[in-house]
Design a protein around this ligand. Structure first.
Ligand SMILES: [Mg+2]
Length: 275
């Protein structure tokens, strides 16, 4: 049963992204309106992100004092003398794409419709607190790696966006590790690659897979929720999670099979509610 579910979730990954929304009927896309407004207008969301990045800066101080400290499950032996590095995800961790989300609600057309256009504009704003945290890390002589599932073809506009926001970016080294194979979203290999040369001291992301493998994270929501507790020692000390209520694997994990229509998705959402 477990392996069947795992296979199912891999399939869902490959087919990620609804495309059955239409311009005539925007009701399905409109279901995300409040979560997008929460991101765009609430001071609670902004405060939460500042809180997370402030705490990450404090954890960084501790990490730099302790050479036995590593945040990456992929980091194995003999890392104490390696230079320190942090890994941050890009979308909804450093870059705020809620304007793109807004467009999908207004047009009725969901991701990936309009995504390439949005990325090529290089105009996403920074998630609150990210600028200060990244500069703090940079000033502390910590190497910053941006590990993102944006496709490699978006390298140029992504760098342009990061630089436009004045975020630290090292042009002399490949510090932007993108998704090379369209079907491989797992970040484990990229974390391993960084761990070869660096001591990874903090991870920051908005998806579970910014911290653990897709194999472990792509499970049904009831099993998935247990993973928060499994790694309770990591959250807030070495791993920092930015809340993303607008999209992500959390949503796909409520479907035991990929919905074939908007109605089916809405029905499944209702069935998943716990009144
Ligand atoms: Mg992200």
């Amino acid at each position: 049963m477990k392996s069947l579910r795992h296979t199912l979730f891999l399939l869902i990954t490959i087919t990620y992204g609804y495309s059955y929304a239409s311009e005539e009927d925007k009701s399905f896309q409109e279901q995300s309106m409040l979560s997008v407004l929460y991101v765009q207008t609430s001071t609670e969301f902004a405060a939460n992100n500042i809180q997370t990045f402030n705490n990450a800066s404090k954890a960084l101080d501790m990490a730099l004092q302790d050479k036995t400290w590593t945040a990456a499950l992929e980091q194995k032996n003999n890392f104490s003398s390696k230079k320190p590095a942090i890994i941050v995800d890009v979308d909804e961790t450093v870059l705020d794409n809620s304007s793109f989300q807004s467009r999908t609600i207004l047009s009725g057309l969901s991701y990936p419709n309009g995504w390439a256009k949005w990325v090529n504009e290089s105009n996403a704003s920074a998630v609150e607190g990210a600028y200060e945290f990244l500069h703090y890390a940079n000033d502390s002589d910590v190497k910053i790696f941006y590990v993102t599932n944006r496709l490699e073809s978006f390298r140029e506009p992504t760098i342009k966006n990061l630089k436009r926001l004045g975020l630290p970016f090292d042009d002399n080294k490949n510090t932007l590790l993108m998704r090379v194979d369209e079907n491989v979203r797992d970040k484990t290999e990229r974390r391993k690659y960084i761990a070869d040369d660096y001591r990874i001291v903090l991870l920051v992301g908005d998806q579970l897979t910014d911290f653990i493998s897709t194999k472990e994270a792509y499970v049904f929501h009831s099993d998935r929720k247990k993973l928060a507790k499994k790694y309770s020692d990591m959250w807030g000390s070495k791993w920092f999670m930015i809340t993303n209520p607008t999209y992500g694997r959390w949503e796909l994990s409520i479907y035991d099979k990929m919905p074939k229509s908007e109605d089916e998705a809405i029905q499944k959402r209702k069935e998943t509610l716990n009144p």
